[in-house]
Write a protein that binds this ligand. Structure first.
Ligand code: MG
Length: 301
């Protein structure tokens, strides 16, 4: 099933997408006792429903504002660096990697993005031009954890996955390089576009997903998830070895070759650019890059 978190005329909600319509999940599923919307995270915590009652009339997709499937404040956004061979080579060669791996890492390179950096489809990616002149894009498959746990063996890992979404791991390259630790350059407000959908695991075949990025319509990244150096079960086993994964945690699995610093000269994002990240079966995550300094991360394109 394909879920969305959304805002409509009647407030926030969670729904199931069929065709061009959203079928809202009844409030008994999506609102806490005090009336606060809990959203998709609550559904994930309750388990992985294959069906939910949809008693209310559908809403046209065009009539809602889509939010990140797990909106801010999100759970952990755990990321993996240098997880496609060609990208690992381009990153080491770019001069922006303060901790080069000599080509291909022998263990997964794990870091995080601040959950406060999450924004939704069609939100504006702030340019932060007083801080960085080197904002870059990274298309990534996002794994949404369903059943949490610690010490999850690789052979059982996929049973802990609730579903999948798209992440754009927007990165300030100069900040990433100059501070020698990736967290800051990966966590600027608005640097984690997520969505548009959260698709349950039963509908996704991990072996052959096409991951693509277009900037202003020009194809920049294109690779299959079969090219991952460390596959999803290996990542879950590695991350959970000593750290309890929780329902709703998202693992961004790494980006393919073709990021801005992979070009000579580099091609960084500019005000007004449109970035589209597409993954087979997961839709297209579209965001524009903001113009004026101080652009609200929640501001619409
Ligand atoms: Mg990344």
């Amino acid at each position: 099933m394909k879920y969305v978190s959304f805002l409509s005329d009647t407030g926030p909600g969670v729904g199931v997408v069929l065709g061009e319509h959203v079928f809202p999940v009844p409030h008994g599923y999506s609102v806490s006792a005090d009336g606060a919307p809990l959203g998709l995270l609550e559904l994930i915590q309750r388990g992985a429903p294959t069906s939910v009652p949809c008693a209310t009339p559908p809403i046209a997709l065009a009539d809602v504002r889509l939010l990140a499937p797990i909106p801010r404040p999100a759970r952990n956004v755990i990321c993996v660096g240098q997880n496609y061979h060609q990208h690992s080579l381009e990153f080491d060669a770019s001069g922006y990697n303060s901790t080069p791996s000599n080509g291909v890492p022998d263990r997964p390179v794990v870091f995080t993005k601040a959950p406060s950096s999450v924004i939704g489809p069609d939100d504006v990616i702030p340019l932060h031009d007083a801080l960085t002149t080197e904002l870059d894009y990274e298309a990534e498959l996002g794994v949404i954890i369903g059943t949490g746990g610690r010490g999850i063996p690789a052979e059982e890992a996929l049973s802990h996955v609730w579903g999948y979404t798209i992440i754009n791991d927007v990165t300030a390259r100069d900040v990433q390089r100059d501070h020698r630790q990736w967290f800051l350059g990966k966590s600027l407000d608005g640097s984690c576009p997520m969505g548009p959908f959260a698709v349950t695991a039963d509908e996704v075949d991990l072996t052959d997903l096409l991951v693509e990025t277009r900037v202003n319509g020009e194809l920049r990244q294109s690779a299959k998830t079969g090219d991952l150096i460390f596959d999803v079960p290996t990542l879950i086993a590695t991350i959970s070895a000593g750290m309890t994964l929780q329902p709703g945690d998202v693992i961004a699995t790494g980006t393919p070759a073709g990021v801005g610093i992979g070009f000579d000269p580099p091609r960084f994002l500019r005000a007004g650019d449109t970035v589209e990240v597409s993954i087979t079966g997961l839709g297209t995550l579209t965001n524009t890059v903001g113009g004026p300094p101080g652009t609200d991360p929640g501001e619409r394109a």
